[in-house]
Design a protein around this ligand. Structure first.
Ligand code: PMP
Length: 454
């Protein structure tokens, strides 16, 4: 049954029923939301209003793959803080390391380094292959600072990204290919500092001809990309695409930044190691801190040498790269513990096995209902999309979004103790996610489709 032949009246009726059930089950979250009048949009961060059910559930506690709201409902958490908690909620080694730092040794923000930072740099180098690392507090800032460094080194002004990418609130990245094939500002772009088509170029993912055409202008300092798009559904690279990107960037004197913030799910060294990639810069954040804020970027030896050789760049004070809290002792302790003791090779192997079971089960249910949907997996991350064959580009993937259908599925799952990532149908596995959790998701997912389609 094609998605557009879904009975929309029935879908709306079921969604209304599920929202009413959600309201009945969540009086405390409703009251907390009502009391939050001094928050902009009633939430600590405006994204938290992305709620299929009408308002957010409020966190009481979270451990491993489980999250409990203030109404006492427990969820199998496949959202995992949209990857920030890929190590599971509050993993014991991270709690111990942070507690040791905060209450044992003391010192949360010091502006002097800890020895943990060098060990984290060494471990990131071992995993991702790039030798020189620096820290931020978010992946957004890691991207911002990497972009500035590459503009400085190349003397070129523009950054190229893929249409419908997401790299955080990086000004240069809020550009898409419009319906007429020309670049334009992404819809809803808030308060852009200028015309993004003057700072950026854009190409579709999986389109080497388009990339070659844009790079031929000779003004692109860096291509900033995810090895697989993960923020507009998952869009996987076609065979030869990533090698083509590498060859073209080299040919045009353009640096390549791989943003591994989400594709870290591919394995202990992200997609870089899993797919034998060779970027000049890697940016990452979220999961590596085990839930504690951290971002990082790694540079090639050539780039690090070129940058440190430049006496005209103020890398030490107010030149636009760095931040007071970046590399703080708490972030570094948490990241060291996460990498050394939690997101290990063995943990990834287990997470990927569970994710594969998730993908297989969703595929089976989709086939049972003959739905024209597709499933994509990047290691521990799985996503289903309302299109088959799977979208090849960000624009194709954006075109098959179905907010109504998504809201129904998310609310249905939420009411039965399964939390998916808002914004899309993403499920992430942490070390504590079990195949029983996956089976429970499948049971509820099949029930939702059963009610909708039969
Ligand atoms: N890069 C990618 C690929 C992301 O998915 C995100 C966030 N979803 C970011 C960067 C930005 O991360 P943060 O919001 O933690 O800065």
């Amino acid at each position: 049954m094609p998605t557009d032949s879904i009975d929309r009246a029935r879908l709306q009726q079921l969604t209304a029923r599920e929202r009413a059930a959600f309201a009945d089950r969540h009086p405390r979250s409703a009251a907390a939301y009502a009391r939050a009048g001094n928050l902009f949009g009633r939430v600590p961060m405006t994204w938290m209003n992305k709620s299929a059910a009408g308002y957010p559930v409020y966190l009481d506690r979270a451990r491993g793959a489980r999250l409990t709201d203030i109404d006492g409902h427990e969820y199998m958490d496949f959202c995992l803080g949209d990857t920030a908690a890929m190590a599971g909620h509050s993993p014991a080694p991270v709690v111990e390391a942070v507690t040791r730092r905060l209450s044992g040794l003391g010192g949360a923000s010091t502006m002097v380094p800890t020895e943990d930072a060098a060990l984290v740099g060494a471990e990131l180098s071992r995993r991702f292959g790039l030798p020189a690392w620096s820290f931020a507090l978010t992946a957004t800032d890691a991207n911002r600072w990497a972009v500035r460094l590459l503009r400085a080194v190349t003397g070129r002004s523009r950054i190229l990204v893929n249409s419908y990418c997401y790299h955080g609130s990086v000004d240069e990245s809020l550009i898409v290919v419009g319906p007429d094939g020309r670049p334009r500002s992404r819809e809803g772009n808030v308060g852009a500092p200028g015309d993004v088509t003057l700072t950026s170029r854009v190409a579709e993912f999986n389109d080497l001809d388009g990339l070659a055409r844009e790079l031929a202008h000779g003004d692109v300092a860096a291509v900033l990309m995810e090895p697989a798009l993960t923020n507009i559904g998952i869009v996987l690279p076609e065979p030869g695409y990533l090698a083509g990107v590498r060859a073209l960037t080299r040919e045009h004197g353009t640096y390549l930044i791989n943003d591994e913030t989400h594709t870290f799910s591919a394995g202990p060294g992200g997609a870089t190691a899993a797919w034998a990639l060779d970027p000049d810069v890697i940016t990452i954040g979220k999961a590596i801190g085990g839930g504690v804020p951290v971002g990082a970027y790694g540079l090639s030896a050539e780039l690090a040498a070129r940058l440190t050789g430049r006496t005209d760049l103020d890398l030490i004070d107010m030149g636009g790269v760095g931040g007071t809290l970046a590399g703080n002792p708490v972030s570094m302790a948490a990241t060291r513990a996460t990498l050394e003791e939690v997101l290990t090779e063995a943990a990834f192997a287990a997470m990927i096995e569970v994710a594969t079971a998730f993908a297989d089960g969703v595929r089976k249910t989709i086939a049972e209902y003959a739905l024209p949907w597709s499933v994509a997996q990047v290691g521990a991350r799985v996503e289903y999309r309302f299109a088959a064959p799977a979208p090849r580009t960000g624009t194709e993937s954006a075109a098959c979004a179905d907010a109504e259908l998504e809201d129904f599925l998310h609310t249905y799952l939420l009411n039965r103790g399964v939390l998916l990532t808002p914004f899309h149908n993403m499920a992430l596995m942490c070390p504590q996610t079990t195949t029983d959790d996956v089976a429970r998701h499948h049971e509820v997912f099949a029930a939702a489709l059963g009610e909708l389609l039969t």
